[in-house]
Ligand binder design. Structure first.
Ligand code: SAM
Length: 446
């Protein structure tokens, strides 16, 4: 039996994610900073360091909701559930890194089916408690069967099928981070939300979402894809489309806040509101992306059979982000909320953390990278825009090569339009400039 189950000692070795001490299995190598792919090994207790940026953004969004009151009013609690919490790194980061002034409003529930993972969570949380101790009784109105779970220094843990936990109480914040596709959990997640809620969904089945695995895409998402430069954006929009239509079936309407293709996964974050009228209009934001002969695309709602041949969909064709909220997700904000202070690192070292100055430097670089380009692209991503893969521009413009990104952006801005870089593993320009203006700027600036 593993130490995590016996509870004898804290197993593994220490690592710092954000400003939270996490412990890794003794046979898991220290993560390299800025990992770009999924962990090579998986299994109970393995921390996937490639998901750290997504957890950082989750902390920042929650801090923003509490600070700006866009989910619950300033004096009211926010009930948050990580329905598939594994070893609980996300919930522990919420509890440890959300600014202290908001901590007493947070009600955090962590659920997983796996005993080993939950024990791991509790051991970590007890051995490395949050900076500010927050404890409260489980609320009666929330847990009709309080005996089901266990309160532990501000984190209520439950061991259920996620679909049961999701339906137990009205959460304002639900995180769904399954292995692979989230489709099995979406109905329960939407039904379990309060009247106004926030849903964050991760999907790692990118082959299905992009259409490189056509059968799975059709079965899971009811969509057809084309694997070209727009496949990442298609993946985001296919998942958003499924979440929006699922919400509509339960008389809810979604408002996207952030939606990203982050290498090996897609993550979308949406506000969800009860509104029959809004739900009835969901198809206004659904459509197809039709490829044009000039290399770009347009969205249509009702494609002809010929357009379907060179189209991907059905997918979400509405705005992808909330300009104000995403506009506040800056590198400075990531550092101020999630970077450990010198004292916090020193405290970790006292507890056995091995952390050099170089680690601190890499960690702050990774925090910056987690949110890089988001604030700059926020305005464009919340309204009509066109994406261009930088590698496609030479062919499109007939120039043989493309200008440097920043040079091109400047030219587009000088021509009176907006331009920004999309946060994606590939270099994408996002702009509201007409196509001929983009082509002219490419030709002028090479
Ligand atoms: C990708 S992990 C979650 C990672 C976690 N959110 C994090 O940030 O570290 C998926 C988890 O879902 C759990 N799981 C799978 N099916 C489940 C179900 N039906 N109900 C509850 N938990 C489930 C697994 O035990 C696993 O721990």
């Amino acid at each position: 039996m593993d130490e995590a189950e016996t509870g004898e000692t804290v197993p593994g070795h220490l690592w710092l994610e954000g400003k939270t001490l996490v412990h890794l299995r003794h046979d898991q190598e220290r993560p390299t900073h800025m990992p770009r792919g999924p962990a090579k090994r998986t299994g109970p207790g393995f921390l996937n360091p490639a998901m750290a940026p997504a957890r950082t953004r989750s902390v920042l969004l929650m801090a923003d909701a509490l600070e700006h009151g866009w989910l619950t009013k300033a004096d009211q609690p926010l009930r948050a559930l990580d329905a598939l919490c594994a070893t609980g790194v996300r919930v522990r980061r919420w509890r440890n890194e959300i600014p202290e002034v908001h901590q007493n409003r947070l009600r955090i529930t962590a659920n997983d089916l796996d005993t080993f993972a939950l024990n791991w969570l509790k051991r970590s949380h007890n051995a490395y408690p949050p900076a500010v101790s927050v404890d409260h009784d489980p609320e009666d109105d929330r847990y009709q069967r309080p005996a089901m779970g266990e309160m532990n220094n501000g984190i209520y843990t439950m061991q259920n099928d996620a679909r049961v936990t999701l339906l137990e109480a009205g959460y304002q914040w639900v995180d769904l981070d399954p292995f692979g596709s989230p489709v099995n959990f979406l109905d329960a997640a939407v039904q379990g939300l309060a009247r106004i809620g926030f849903l964050e969904v991760t999907a790692t089945d990118t082959a299905a979402l992009t259409g490189s695995s056509q059968g799975s895409q059709f079965r899971r998402y009811g969509a057809k894809g084309i694997v070209d430069s727009y496949a990442h954006d298609d993946a985001v929009r296919v998942l958003l489309g499924l979440v929006a239509t699922t919400a509509a079936r339960h008389d809810r309407v979604v408002e996207p806040v952030l939606a990203l293709f982050d290498g090996h996964h897609v993550r979308i974050s949406v506000k969800v509101r009860r509104s029959r009228e809004g739900a009835s209009r969901v198809l206004e934001n659904m459509g197809w992306r039709i490829r044009e002969d000039n290399g770009t695309y347009r969205f249509v709602q009702h494609p002809t059979p010929e357009e379907v041949e060179r189209g991907s969909g059905p997918l979400w064709v509405g705005p992808l982000w909330d300009a104000d909220i995403a506009g506040r997700i800056t590198e400075e904000r990531a550092l101020s909320v999630c970077a450990p202070t010198v004292e916090e690192v020193a405290k970790g070292v006292e507890m056995g953390l091995e952390w050099s100055e170089q680690d601190s430097e890499y960690a702050s670089r990774e925090l910056r990278r987690s949110v890089r380009y988001i604030a700059d692209a926020a305005d464009l991503m919340s309204r009509d825009h066109t994406l261009y893969h930088m590698d496609d521009l030479p062919n499109m413009a007939g120039t043989g090569r493309a200008p440097k990104m920043e040079v091109l952006f400047e030219a587009i801005r000088e021509a009176g339009s907006a331009a920004a870089r999309l946060p994606d593993i590939d270099p994408f320009l996002v702009t509201d400039a007409p196509h001929d203006v983009v082509m002219q700027c490419v030709r002028e600036r090479i």
